[in-house]
Design a protein. Structure first.
Length: 340
């Protein structure tokens, strides 16, 4: 070989992509051991040397932040939870205020987004946003942490996961909206939302809901992911399996509550006269449902600022920590209040 060997030459001889060569030469666990050894052996035979100037250039600041937005793959790909659209807007504004560009990528939790990010070399850090089975990307978070990638995640802090989380006080929010319902003397309740380990935010909201109830209060729980369709199906199941309506239904997210309201209306059940319904998030649509939806507000402007602020601190090598933002109860008519 007369010319200076390049990573393209190694990729051709090894039968892999150039990005795989780069990762293999850096001993990335994303490449299996056999392929790593093959690539490294070819590099030695070619007397290949890494271009340190090019490598350093890639490590220079890009003044760009990457945002990966995850949506549950079981839901309609054409729809995005309105709460996350509001978050996206606030993060974009916060980046602009700091002189940073924002790269946005919509991802499926099953995709190899961690490898794609490594390949791009386009961003100084990552913000992860979205609902879904967080356990499915816990391993990828660990890989990012091992490679010293700066990551900020929106959501509930989870002790066994690496990285920093910024989220709202889900427990307090669930507790406050339930206490408000108790002020109406409601005695029986239903909670609609997945409370398994894969949904720590919903789990915390449910724990707040339970903390507000006394022993004399009856309650049932129904699983639902964060979608309007899931709310419809949960309401159908509730109506089909209970002999008497609960006094109030607490939904783990507004988008679930929208589906519940739709199904109750179709069944001829009046809200709040027959049953009260409340949500969580205060998406824009909550003010325009019939009746208006009582809900828990997450301050998306503050959330976006905090995510960007803490990510930039991490990029600069400054210490950061998990942070919970306060919530605010927004009272409308669906709980039984006569709001004019």
């Amino acid at each position: 070989m007369k010319h200076k060997p390049t990573s393209f030459d190694i990729a051709h001889l090894a039968g892999v992509s150039q990005s795989t060569v780069s990762r293999a030469l850096n001993d990335s666990p994303l490449v299996n051991i056999a392929t790593r050894q093959k690539v490294q052996e070819i590099a030695r035979e070619l007397n290949y040397q890494v271009d340190k100037n090019a490598s350093n250039l890639r490590r220079q600041r890009s003044s760009t932040i990457a945002l990966l937005l995850f949506e549950d793959p079981t839901s309609d790909d054409s729809l995005v939870n309105p709460f996350f659209l509001a978050m996206l807007g606030s993060i974009t504004k916060a980046c602009a205020a700091k002189g940073y560009d924002l790269l946005v990528s919509f991802q499926n939790l099953e995709s190899n987004w961690q490898a794609e990010y490594e390949d791009s070399h386009k961003a100084d850090g990552l913000i992860l946003l979205g609902y879904g089975d967080y356990r499915s990307y816990a391993g990828k978070l660990s890989q990012l942490h091992q490679h010293n990638t700066h990551v900020m995640r929106w959501g509930a802090p989870v002790e066994q996961w690496p990285g920093i989380s910024i989220g709202c006080d889900n427990f307090s929010g669930g507790q406050s909206v339930t206490r408000h319902l108790l002020s109406h003397d409601y005695q029986s309740f239903a909670f609609i939302g997945d409370i398994g380990d894969k949904a720590p935010e919903f789990q915390s909201r449910y724990e707040g809901f339970l903390s507000a109830l006394d022993k004399q209060h009856n309650h049932q729980q129904y699983d639902a992911i964060s979608s309007e369709e899931a709310g419809i199906e949960a309401a159908k199941y509730l109506l089909a399996t209970t002999s008497a309506l609960p006094d109030a239904i607490v939904c783990a997210a507004d988008i679930i509550a929208v589906g519940v309201l739709q199904q109750l209306k179709e069944a001829g059940i009046r809200v709040p006269e027959d049953v009260a319904v409340v949500g969580f998030d205060n998406i824009q649509l909550a003010a325009f449902t019939t009746p208006g939806l009582t809900t828990v507000q997450q301050n998306t402007a503050q959330a976006g600022e905090k995510l960007v602020e803490n990510l930039l601190l991490a990029i600069d090598g400054q210490p950061t920590d998990d942070h919970l933002l306060p919530t605010n109860l927004v009272v409308r008519q669906s709980c039984g209040c006569d709001i004019k």
